[in-house]
Design a protein around this ligand. Structure first.
Ligand SMILES: C[S@@+](CC[C@H](N)C(=O)[O-])C[C@H]1O[C@@H](n2cnc3c(N)ncnc32)[C@H](O)[C@@H]1O
Length: 291
């Protein structure tokens, strides 16, 4: 097979993008982030990375990929950020949040509680967790700490800022918006900002789920790992699930995305509700720092 052939729409493209280039992109992002790109993603990859070629003043993918492989740290970060998919929303899969509230209400005697949102994207999910905690404890300073992590540094910066266009909250009940968000005025009109009390409950950090070391301290009451495993192959998923299990409290919960299932880790996790898992064999937590 001639792997130097361009894809169908290649002739109209600004930059030469061969099948070999696409395969190189796939290999790099898989090795670094575990993301498996299907061949149907060729156009998406082209358009996202074409911006990086323009930004670097490079006019072909081969040179761009050589730049990346020369271990250019700044471009690596931009490359990774370009290839992640960050779709999210507040209270996405609403059935998860009453279960989270129930879990922490049961634990009210044991403080502080610890939650981890492991693919936080632009922050809607960890802020939904924080709002749920405020409701569960009837206080804007509940004894709960939330760690929100993501691989992508761009989305993490947005999450940390906690500022959203009003359209992002328009599906929420008016009283929820009033209670948890501040409306922008002047140059900020058209935007809302999460209340500082919610922001104070969350610490944001970059974390690659593929890294050997996670700066996460257990035991955790809940791990949200939603809509990120779908980008990983089963082997990678299993490795991550094996590291989640000892981080959880014996009665802790693991929340997955709507199209994800962890049947391949049935020895570790069993279904407790719709896309919510509990430990099969809760273990004692001798090692809370997972390496
Ligand atoms: C589709 S979003 C899911 C956001 C949120 N959890 C939700 O369900 O609404 C997937 C997120 O996973 C992140 N991601 C992809 N690969 C990752 C990795 N190896 N480690 C950590 N986060 C990763 C992406 O940057 C992206 O923000």
């Amino acid at each position: 097979m001639n792997t130097d052939l361009q894809f169908g729409s290649g002739r109209d493209r600004e930059f030469v993008f061969t099948e070999k280039d696409f395969e190189r992109v796939c290999r790099l992002i898989y090795e670094h982030a575990g993301i498996s790109l299907k061949s149907s993603k060729q156009d998406m990859v082209y358009s996202r990375l074409a911006r990086r070629l323009r930004a670097n003043g490079i006019n072909n993918f081969r040179d761009y990929l050589a730049l990346l492989e020369s271990d250019n740290k700044i471009e690596w970060e931009a490359f990774v950020n370009s290839l992640t998919t960050n779709l999210t929303s507040f209270f996405r899969e609403p059935h998860h949040f009453p279960l989270l509230a129930e879990l922490v209400i049961k634990q009210k005697g044991r403080h502080p509680l610890s939650l981890w949102c492991s693919a936080a994207s632009t922050g809607e999910e960890p802020y939904s967790m924080a709002m749920t905690m405020v409701d569960a404890f009837g206080s804007f300073t509940p004894p709960v700490s939330i760690v929100a992590t993501d691989l992508d540094t761009n989305v993490l910066a947005k999450a940390e800022a906690g500022v959203y266009p009003v359209e992002r909250v328009e599906k929420l009940a008016a009283e929820v918006v009033k209670r948890f968000f501040l409306k922008g005025t002047g140059v900020q009109s058209g935007f809302v900002r999460v209340r500082p009390e919610l922001r104070a409950m969350i610490s944001f950090r970059q974390l690659n789920l593929l890294s050997d070391v996670w700066p996460i301290r257990g035991p955790l009451d809940a791990i949200f790992c939603r809509n990120v495993m779908i980008y990983f192959d089963k082997e990678t998923q299993l490795k991550i699930l094996q590291r989640f299990a000892p981080l959880l409290q014996p009665d802790g919960l693991l929340f997955a995305g709507h199209s994800e299932n962890f049947h391949n880790a049935a020895h570790l996790f069993r279904l407790r509700g719709k896309t919510v898992y509990e430990l099969v064999k809760p273990k004692s937590h001798d090692h809370h720092q997972v390496k």
